[in-house]
Design a protein around this ligand. Structure first.
Ligand SMILES: Cc1cc2nc3c(=O)[nH]c(=O)nc-3n(C[C@H](O)[C@H](O)[C@H](O)COP(=O)(O)O)c2cc1C
Length: 164
């Protein structure tokens, strides 16, 4: 299959996850391209698409939402999956809160699969506003990514693409 992995990322965490996913798809014998969501092109050339973005203040990053809205027609033709990256998916956010994050895009175009992965919080990569909020809520710094879980989701999703 020819698969497009699209990402939006403010501090690089989701970009690295998307790159890892593309590498795993290639290892599994497929062709995979990696693109930033606002630079996506030639969408019709792909058999499937993975679209990932981080969560900031309860929302999937806006450019990823916009991409889904603007490409609803193409997405109806191509099997696709969404994933989100955040630091509250370790029991902090309730299942209802987590479901709500992708509610809009799920409604526009239902994916074959949804992934949620713990990300990374690095104060040195944040802008002043974000650093201030993070300090206020005492958000712990660290890289919480579980690469085995990301690999497993990627390969499970590939299986779903192949069946759709
Ligand atoms: C200001 C701010 C708000 C955040 N809000 C949330 C949130 O609502 N839920 C969550 O799970 N993670 C939240 N995070 C954590 C980010 O989603 C996490 O750092 C992510 O890995 C960033 O990905 P990126 O490097 O691709 O931008 C927030 C982080 C910052 C700095």
């Amino acid at each position: 299959m020819k698969i497009l992995v699209l990402y939006s990322s403010q501090t690089g965490t989701t970009q690295e996850i998307a790159k890892f996913m593309a590498q795993e798809l290639v290892k599994a014998g497929h062709q995979a391209d990696l693109m930033q969501v606002d630079k996506a092109k030639n969408l019709n050339a792909y058999d499937a698409m993975i679209i990932g973005a981080p969560v900031y203040i309860g929302k999937w990053k806006a450019d990823a939402q916009t991409f889904v809205k603007d490409h609803a027609n193409i997405l109806k033709e191509i099997p696709h999956a969404y994933f989100m990256v955040g630091t509250s998916f370790n029991g902090k956010a309730s299942p209802a809160e987590m479901r709500a994050i992708l509610a809009k895009v799920r409604e526009i175009s239902p994916p074959v699969s949804e992934g949620k992965f713990m990300g990374r919080l690095d104060y040195s990569r944040l802008n002043f506003f974000q650093r201030t909020i993070s300090r206020l809520v005492k958000a712990p710094e660290g890289d919480f990514r579980d690469w085995d879980a990301i690999r497993k989701w990627t390969l499970d999703t590939l299986g779903l693409f192949q069946r759709s």
